[in-house]
Design a protein around this ligand. Structure first.
Ligand SMILES: *Cc1c(COP(=O)(O)O)cnc(C)c1O
Length: 434
């Protein structure tokens, strides 16, 4: 297994270098040279395997040569040391709860896996790597938590001031040690633009060895496949499931489609988007038109130009007609999202977060439109509702209990660096502390 750049202007490389670089020198995303096919026997016996065994089988070919098996198993065990329950909401719809990790959103798995891989690659070096990342909320917390205390890795997280929820802000700003939070007077897009400029600035790259912890990084993207295998292990229905994935940057759903390409039985995928719906529009019209993002109540999906969609096209060798057989898109506006949180709570007593609600709504619609096929499916519940109390508590009229696992945050003190929007401000600050 090697990795090539989707821009085809950089040399091929291995898992280690792809992880350390984040992006290829030609600014392309790395993609594996082949997608391993898992034997039928693996799926037939999946219920008798532990999630650690499943994960090693799935991940091993992708890291081949870069990490010895025993170390990889250790990394995996630390990465997935919590539950991924598939919870039935009604007769046809299940919720794959991905919020039982330390920062209460699905990004914990990718962040933990990547941090431990980088830690291993840096094991004999006194050379520091700096992870630079922009967040609209959940990535920052997961990255901060995943990298906290990892040797020889420093983390700088940019977030838009006033635009993340209180618990997200605590997760970002209270770590200390090797984690620095930078509060930017601007939007998520501004933060993202500052990070992108930093990767291209020669002077800054002379002082720092920078990498990204967004889902463009293969070590963050690929382990997300595991959710879909864990769901299948718990799936007891006759037909393969319809998988509905609340999508923003399209890393998660793209990982799911890699799992499918490896042989995982899936009936259909739905990319559920909020009003930032470039991909659903593309699937309908054939025109791919990235836009500036608009703010919604499912803010982790406010992405106007999803980075990972090119990887999905690569899985299908650029053939839109093949892709459309297995993937549909859906657009869910804020009113429908809030109404879904309310209705599902009242009818089934299940509390959705705004991202899960986008997924639930899109899945319900799809099952309805294909009634004759008697399909069932699950959506990915990508974050705990307590991360979005402003929206969820208004819809359900009920206070959400703070999980015990995050109570400790309330005692901690916020520490951040405040910067104005614009790359020059970031550069000036980074050069001054280098
Ligand atoms: C990041 C995130 C998403 C979007 O995932 P992508 O991989 O960017 O498509 C959805 N929901 C939540 C809660 C998130 O944090």
């Amino acid at each position: 297994m090697y990795y090539y750049s989707l821009n085809h202007q950089s040399p091929d490389t291995n898992f280690e270098e792809a992880t350390v670089r984040g992006q290829a020198p030609d600014k392309g995303l790395y993609f594996p040279s082949f997608i391993p096919k898992l034997p039928a026997g693996f799926f037939e016996s999946i219920r008798s395997l532990s999630k650690e065994e499943i994960s090693l089988t799935v991940m091993k070919p992708y890291v081949a040569g870069s990490i010895p098996d025993a170390v990889l198993q250790q990394i995996i065990n630390e990465t997935i040391g919590f539950d991924f329950p598939l919870v039935q909401v009604n007769s046809d719809i299940f919720s794959l709860e991905l919020f039982h990790g330390p920062t209460l959103a699905f990004k914990d798995v990718g962040a933990r896996f990547m941090s431990r891989c980088l830690g291993y690659f840096n094991r004999n070096s006194n050379h520091h790597t700096t992870v630079l990342v922009a967040t609209s909320g959940d990535t920052g917390g997961a990255v901060a938590n995943g990298f906290l205390g990892v040797d020889a890795v420093d983390v700088i997280i940019l977030y838009p001031t006033g635009k993340v929820s209180p618990i997200q802000e605590l997760q970002l700003t209270t770590c200390g040690q090797n984690i620095t939070a930078v509060e930017v007077e601007g939007t998520f897009d501004d933060c993202q633009a500052m990070v992108k400029s930093a990767f291209m600035d020669e002077e800054l790259n002379g002082k720092y060895s920078l990498t990204s912890a967004n889902s463009i990084n293969v070590a963050r993207w690929l382990p997300q496949q595991l959710y879909y295998f864990f769901a299948y292990q718990q799936w007891r229905e006759e037909q393969p499931p319809v998988c509905c994935v609340p999508s923003g940057n399209f890393g998660n759903i793209c990982a799911g489609m890699m799992a499918y390409a490896s042989g995982l039985p899936v009936r259909h995928f739905i990319a559920a988007c909020n009003s930032n719906d470039v991909v659903p529009q593309f699937l309908n019209s054939g025109n791919y038109e990235p836009k500036n993002s608009v703010a919604t109540i499912s803010n982790a999906m406010d992405v106007g130009s999803p980075s990972n969609f090119v990887r999905i096209m690569e899985i299908f060798e650029g053939r839109l007609s093949n892709l459309k057989k297995i993937l549909s898109g859906a657009t869910v506006d804020d009113d429908s999202t809030a109404a879904t949180i309310k209705a599902v709570f009242e009818k089934y007593g299940y509390t959705l977060d705004p991202h899960g609600a986008v997924g639930y709504y899109a899945l319900q619609q799809y099952l309805e439109q294909n009634k004759q096929d008697n399909l069932k499916g699950f959506f990915l519940e990508t974050a705990h509702p307590v991360k979005f109390p402003g929206t969820v508590e208004i819809a359900t009229q009920k206070k959400i209990a703070f999980p015990d696992s995050v109570q400790y945050l309330l005692q901690k003190e916020k520490k951040s660096i405040a910067l104005k929007s614009g790359f020059s401000h970031l550069k000036e600050w980074m050069m001054s502390k280098a």
